[in-house]
Design a protein around this ligand. Sequence first.
Ligand code: CIZ
Ligand code: SF4
Length: 319
Amino acid sequence: SAEDEARIAEIKRLLKAQNAVLVAHYYTDDAIQQLAEQTGGCVADSLEMARFGARHEAETLVVAGVRFMGETAKILSPEKRVLMPTLEATCSLDVGCAPDEFSAFCDAHPERTVVVYANTSAAVKARADWVVTSSIAVDVIEHLQARGEKILWAPDKHLGGYIQQKTGADMLMWDGACIVHEEFKARGVEDMKRLYPEAAVLVHPESPASVVALADVAGSTSQLIKAARALPHDTLVVATDRGIFFKMQQAVPEKTLFEAPTAGNGATCKSCAHCPWMAMNALDNLAGALREGRGEIHVGDALREKALAPLERMLNFNA
Ligand code: CIZ
Ligand code: SF4
């Protein structure tokens, strides 16, 4: 619309004027992903967002995603101003892992190496030995297991179960889940396989084990996009937030992509496989953040230092 065009022009102008760069997650709206691409920013998973933001020379990072992504950017780049379109965009994994309870859980198991998913608050990261994203979680746990370490894992039980199954590591699990991926249903995916027997099934491991079991490829968002390219299949059924279709379709313009069903009857539900918090990022609040300096992320020095160590361990890890 004309209104969107005006917003886009305004954002481009403000990014330049403020020496700012837009760092967007795959699950944000197409318009935001496109804008990030057009303005020299990045569209990525949380690991690459963190790397990109830390390396970039801009004075301001505008992080379109959910809260923990903005916090991670600030922890890695304290000298930069980090803005988010809205500070209300959280994550069910973060919400379900309160720092006090988590800390008590860690205290009860002092012999275990604490590994937390990136989808957590700075306070939870501060209590961890390692932070991982889904892109490198399996590699890191494999490495720790080879050193004979026992793991305390939080917060996603589905991702944790998947890693445990892949690595055989001894993992004590926090009971958290992603409300988006948890809704994928094995029965619905089986129906899709019957309808499209030639299709490959791609699944993010935040999904239930019964769905991951049906996958031709299970992996992080960036791994799924790579797989879409590498697989010989022309039809793909994809179980992750539908925001990924923007970049995935760009990667394989000739292929047909289907959303994996979130209902058991094989019907796709257009509004289900989409994170309500990612969806809070819009052109309007993005422009507002830049115009008014709203949505700035602050992390106190003491907390920042504690959360930085396990994050740096992740960024320096080479499988
Ligand atoms: O589900 C999420 O929030 C993901 C996949 C985050 C990430 O690692 O990019
Ligand atoms: Fe959190 Fe799930 Fe949303 Fe990702 S998709 S931000 S894991 S609620």
